[in-house]
Design a protein around this ligand. Structure first.
Ligand code: CO8
Length: 259
């Protein structure tokens, strides 16, 4: 059975990490499938958003597959770590939004996957933590860098050094998700709702906003603003804004065209 379930409907690609017996731990196969599928989605104009979740009721993802790791030598583990980090970066910088529907435990690489996603939505059952230091590991899928950027260095240091968990309310209070936690039964619909809303926006505008965010992660404010000016000029000169503004003036919904 495939370890990554895929289903596309109404411009939204739904991905489910399908290893419930291993609490959806990330082995090399799943990481490869994830990054390839997200890249293919980004190349498909009909795909406007991705919703990513974990199979079963207990876990979104319990992190790196420790059984697989234990069987590797140090050189192979290093290779796998580098490939995993590159995969998370590819997911973060993909020009279509990835909505993480966090249905339960998100530990280690599972929490790091949330940090690499565009918009996480948490069920009230979600529990987030970085237990790596207790295993003699470190959060090597971007956690040491993305978590402090998201919540500040002290909170990140506390979480990484102690392995403490965050419940969904605390994660919301810290700004790790923009929406209040939802009841587990409503999680899928809440994530799909955000994805479908994004799918109704101007497709080029959505990609440009994500590209601007990506440029801003690693650039001075002035350099990033210059890039923003270029993208805004392209947007205002394009067919998409002509349609969007006409629709506003004519009091009708816009009809955006995907290539
Ligand atoms: N990897 C592989 N299998 C796992 C993992 C995992 N991360 N987590 C759980 N499982 C498996 C268990 O082995 C078990 O399988 P089996 O029944 O065949 O033994 C099954 O899932 C259910 O797990 P438990 O019986 O342990 O369920 P509990 O409810 O008792 O406990 C916990 C749930 C608390 C989630 C517990 O399973 C746990 O602590 N898991 C490990 C979580 C963890 O430490 N994650 C971080 C991993 S390290 C990481 O992600 C670093 C990434 C970057 C570095 C990469 C370097 C290459």
């Amino acid at each position: 059975m495939t370890e990554l379930l895929t289903e596309q409907c109404d411009g939204v690609l739904q991905l489910t990490i399908n290893r419930p017996d291993a609490l959806n731990a990330l082995n090399t196969n799943v990481i490869g499938l994830l990054v390839d599928t997200v890249r293919e989605a980004a190349d498909d104009p009909a795909c406007r958003a991705v919703v990513l979740t974990g199979a079963g009721e207990k876990a979104f993802c319990a992190g790196a597959d420790l059984k697989e790791l234990a069987e590797m030598g140090a050189d192979r583990a290093h290779e796998v770590m580098r490939a995993g980090q590159a995969a998370f970066r590819a997911i973060e910088r993909t020009p279509i939004p990835v909505i993480a529907a966090v249905n339960g435990l998100a530990l280690g690489g599972g929490f790091e996957l949330i940090l690499a996603s565009t918009i996480p939505v948490l069920s009230t059952r979600a529990s987030l933590g970085l237990p790596e230091s207790g295993l003699g590991l470190i959060p090597g899928y971007g956690g040491t860098q993305r978590l402090p950027r998201a919540v500040g260095e002290r909170i990140a240091a506390h979480l990484m050094l102690t392995g403490s968990r965050l419940d969904a309310d605390r994660a919301y209070d810290l700004g790790l998700t923009p929406v209040p936690p939802v009841a587990p039964d409503n999680l899928h619909e809440a994530a799909m709702d955000i994805a479908r809303t994004i799918a109704r926006q101007g497709p080029v505008a959505v990609r440009s906003i994500l590209t601007a965010l990506e440029i801003g992660r690693d650039a001075s404010l002035d350099a990033a603003l210059t890039a923003e000016t270029g993208m805004a000029a392209l947007a205002i000169a394009g067919d998409e804004s002509a349609e969007g503004i006409s629709a506003f003036l004519e009091r009708r919904p816009p009809r955006f065209v995907t290539e």
